[in-house]
Design a protein around this ligand. Sequence first.
Ligand code: M6R
Length: 617
Amino acid sequence: MCGIVGYTGFQDAYDIVINGLRRLEYRGYDSAGIVLEDGNNKLEVEKTKGKVEDLVNISSQLKGKAKIGMGHTRWATHGVPSDRNSHPHLSNNGKLAIIHNGIIENYDTIKTMLTEKGFTFKSETDTEVLVNLIQYFMDLNTETDFPTAVRYALNEVYGAYAITVMHEDYPGVLVVGRLGSPLAIGIGDKEYFIASDASPFVEFTKEAIYLEEGHMATISLENGVDIRTITENSKIVPEIQKLKLSLEQIEKSGYEHFMLKEIFEQPKSVHDTMRGRLLVEEGVIKMAGIWDHIEKFKNANRIIIIACGTSWHAGLIGEYLIEEYARIPVEVEYASEFRYRNPIITDKDVVIAISQSGETADTMAALKLAKERGAFIYGICNVVDSSIARITDAGSYTHAGPEIGVASTKAFTAQLTILSLIALKLGKHNGNLGNADFMSLIAELDAIPKKIEDVLSSTHELVQDIAKDFINATNFLYLGRGYNYPAALEGALKLKEISYIHAEGYPAAEMKHGPIALIDENMPIVIIAPKKGHYDKIVSNVQEIKARKGKVIAVVNSGDTQVSQMSDYVIEIPETSECFSPIVASVPLQLLAYYIAVYRGANVDQPRNLAKSVTVE
Ligand code: M6R
């Protein structure tokens, strides 16, 4: 969602802010803006609906003018995407500028109060209310300095925010605060960077402070970084982290899109997820997070998996895996439903949160609820040190590397890999999975990266040809059974989010209970039909589709004949255990969605209306 970049130092702030905003484009946004302090204690703002390049077109006169500034990419919440609603917002006296990620829930009440005091508003945003509240506190008592006024204001608001504020009478100073939305401070040599994640400043410094929940910081060239709690104003000694992120990881490396790069990275990312954990020759799975809390898992009444979107699909496959191999009951919940439905949670429950970004607001809130009610919380996150990773009791990182494309690909297969490791480890430990089966399953899991590599090379061109035939499709059905039912849901989500073609995933057997009514010669149906896993039943489903002239795109195992003969298009993947087949089968489905979207001219890395990390509910 919204992206924040700030800079104070000796370099040209314009270049750093604009390049930083380009790095944050992946988060999803609809408008962009910049404010600089021009060296004469005057704030200069440019902002526009549209992309960062639109901002560049109207703001290049600011280049070279300032050593301090900040910029924003906005994903609209309060008020439509427009020039007026774009950030930065100025206070009524024009002295303060703010950029904000999140939602101020009580902005209306504060706006009424400020309006009664004579303040006026140019935008419909909650953010403009906050900057005027800061001015209000400075006006109220002229002794109140800028950081103190920010603190007073933050104590009056509730909701979620990451903010950066500048004041024209405080040259070189940035004040930041955080509650619920991430914010990183890059520490350079006589310069400081602010950003929603470290990608905007990774080439300048490898040292960063991740601001904690409920903390604010005053950053100045003179006094460095002064961190305080927002409520108590207590001083905090910051923990400076060494960044592992490299520039190469956040660049396209010759691929046309990040999504394609990330699809092709999967042999490596799945391997990286298993690295140091799956030791086939020793016949063990080493996972400290699980092992250190093995009694919690062993004695759990049930495991509740909480997630959203693609991560929720991974959770469904996790349910199949854990119930099959560890025989522990599992429930999978949408975080957004769980948090509001007063669920029964006890201290005998283990909650597993799955989140690529580790910042999803609904998942975060659901976890807090589960924690309050005594559950043990385990996290599966890709982003190291993310908010979810920090509030969990224990967890496993997926180590898939930064995922920039909004459509999740390598993070999904990494999540499936972690869930496979967890299920097999728990099953082996609690005796539900015998040694011979365990050994054969871990050997198969170990072979998955090579199978993904084979699928990528054998299906890449074929899938492009298939995609060309469906660029004008208006609907798609995706069907699968067992482990591949969630894989069908995921295939459908990939297509709809980047190509804007309506697509639904179903368990194949559910077709007869409704969706079959949609099938005619214009309906493409992607069916996942590996040999292991209800193959005979799938054969019948394909017959039923063909009897109604549906167009079948079948994902089958190499050498398949029965389903292949009946299908209009056949994509072959190598055979593997049913439980791992979604990892392999998802790859051609990602490619299919990708190429259909590309041929339709869609912006695959930044699909309309979507954000990479959904930091508001
Ligand atoms: O970062 P998270 O895994 O918590 O994100 C959850 C969803 O927002 C995410 O998976 C979303 O559905 C993706 N756009 C799917 O490609």
